[in-house]
Design a protein around this ligand. Structure first.
Ligand SMILES: [Zn+2]
Length: 114
């Protein structure tokens, strides 16, 4: 489960920004997760809760926004939306040789200071 490593990295990033900007605290952070990033939003939320335990970010609201990715079928060339729970199979021809076009990223979108 690499979500824990991601949350750990996110926390360090947020902490660095808070220190650099001399913020008193962080009210809310928003991350964007693409459906083809391999990250499960629900796990991400659970892991965030685990990594902030005992830190100054215990009360920071953690918001995950899911961005629907797109994939392209290698066999028929069809492009389609790829949801997070979808089995990655081309809806057009049933092929499974797919090229991710977008939605592979996880980005720290917004930090809201107190
Ligand atoms: Zn296809």
């Amino acid at each position: 489960m690499h979500e824990l490593g991601i949350c750990d990295a996110l926390l360090k990033m947020v902490d660095k920004i808070a220190k650099d900007e001399q913020l008193d605290g962080i009210k809310k952070i928003t991350v964007e997760v693409g459906t083809l990033s391999g990250v499960v939003p629900r796990y991400l939320e659970d892991c965030w809760t685990a990594v902030v335990d005992g830190t100054a970010y215990l009360d920071t609201e953690f918001v995950v926004e899911v961005i629907t990715g797109k994939a392209k079928c290698f066999d028929c060339g069809e492009e389609f939306d790829a949801g997070i729970n979808d089995k990655l199979i081309c809806p057009h021809c049933g092929g499974n040789r797919l090229i991710p076009i977008s939605g592979r990223d996880l980005t720290l979108k917004e930090i809201e200071a107190i």
